[in-house]
Design a protein around this ligand. Structure first.
Ligand SMILES: *Cc1c(COP(=O)(O)O)cnc(C)c1O
Length: 356
């Protein structure tokens, strides 16, 4: 049976990405070798990383002055690398969830951290609006999409300093005005590639301002200078990322990706809002994520939640259980998820509600 994959990460990849990756595991670029067993310094792999970098720049319309890096360590390593490289004295952070607060914890190792607002007291069910970012902050850090809680900031906050964004779970779902940013990073395993590589886009001018010693591998300048080839990069995830980027370009680029994402989210939120059995967990509709839709059953049906998960499984719907810290359901609608899968989920919600 066809599976409808709503996992939050690692998560669904396009068939194009999976098929081309499978083919290259058997025979990479007609070398007669697997992509798993070629040198990262071979001309065939150099062509892969060069094209992937060029496509990131093209699709996101990255202006001059930024470098695209392919690093290991996950988005979680960026929580430390960002302040290590960019925090001179003081940085401002917005606390909108577990990932944001993990980033705050790391930044405190490197300097003064001004947490300008937090929605922690409300279980991170909304995005704080009225916060003030000090003009003398080295940067303002925020998480664009809160994967666990289903909230999202899709319009850049208006702040008096440059920004740094963790876009792990919504990169390639909207345009980015790079003039506002010093850095953007994203673990690949939500909207780009299998786990193992992290995409970092950094403004080169912002580097070298701190005089603290930085270990070689944690210094962005190392990777800028060596084109992400200082050491062995995550070869396979980069190969897969290239496939996804080609697929994104073929689809029509960032505006088309966003159009599809908005359409899918609308369909699912519509079904939740029309239902007596299900209800969304994000308090303000303006804060709802188009990537991770979080919902629960209303109190009178609450005990049916496990039964609904089983009901869905029988229809090939996987990965809708909410994060263990939140409960309920979370349907992740990443770029590679076809709208047909959302229809199947919405039908399951209707049918389950009708029989209970
Ligand atoms: C998944 C996720 C992370 C963690 O990524 P790792 O690559 O596992 O370190 C960080 N931030 C956000 C927004 C995420 O969704």
């Amino acid at each position: 049976m066809k599976k409808h994959n709503f996992y939050a990460g690692p998560s669904i990849l396009s068939e194009y990405t999976i098929q081309n990756t499978a083919d290259a595991i058997l025979n990479f670029a007609d070398t007669g070798l697997s992509v798993l067993e070629v040198s990262h310094r071979s001309k065939e792999f150099q062509a892969v990383i060069d094209e992937a970098t060029a496509l990131v720049k093209e699709i996101l319309e990255i202006p001059a002055g930024f470098e695209v890096l392919w690093l290991g360590g996950g988005a979680s390593l960026q929580f430390a690398m960002i302040p290590y490289n960019l925090l001179v004295k003081k940085a401002a952070y917005l606390d909108t969830g577990t990932w944001a607060s993990n980033a705050i914890k790391e930044a405190r190792l490197f300097g003064e951290v001004d947490v300008v607002a937090s929605s922690k007291e409300a279980g991170y069910t909304y995005i704080p609006k009225d916060f003030v970012v000090p003009a003398d902050a080295d940067y303002f850090h925020y998480t664009t999409n809160n994967t666990i809680y289903g909230t999202e900031i899709r319009t850049d906050p208006n702040v008096p300093c440059r920004m740094v964004a963790d876009m792990s779970s919504d990169i390639f779902s909207r345009r980015i005005d790079f003039s506002n940013y010093d850095a953007i990073y994203a673990g690949a395993q939500k909207n780009l590639a299998p786990a193992g590589v992290t995409l970092v886009i950094v403004r080169t001018d912002a580097l070298g301002k701190t005089d603290r010693p930085i270990p070689t591998m944690l210094d962005y300048r190392t990777h800028v200078k060596k084109g992400s080839m200082f050491n062995t990069p995550p070869v396979l995830p980069i190969f897969s990322a290239l496939q996804t980027l080609r697929y994104y370009k073929q689809l029509g680029g960032i505006d088309e990706l966003e159009r599809r994402d908005v359409e899918k989210a609308k369909m699912l939120y519509g079904a939740i809002d029309d239902s007596k059995m299900f209800t969304g967990t994000v308090t303000d509709p303006a804060d709802r994520s188009i990537m991770n839709v979080c919902f629960v059953m209303t109190p009178e049906y609450k005990e049916l939640e496990p039964a609904f998960v089983d009901f869905c499984l029988a229809r090939g719907i996987v990965g809708i259980k909410g994060h263990r810290s939140v409960g309920g359901f979370r349907a992740s609608l990443y770029n590679a998820l076809p709208i047909e899968s959302v229809k199947v989920l919405v039908d399951a919600m209707h049918d389950f509600e009708a029989t209970h």
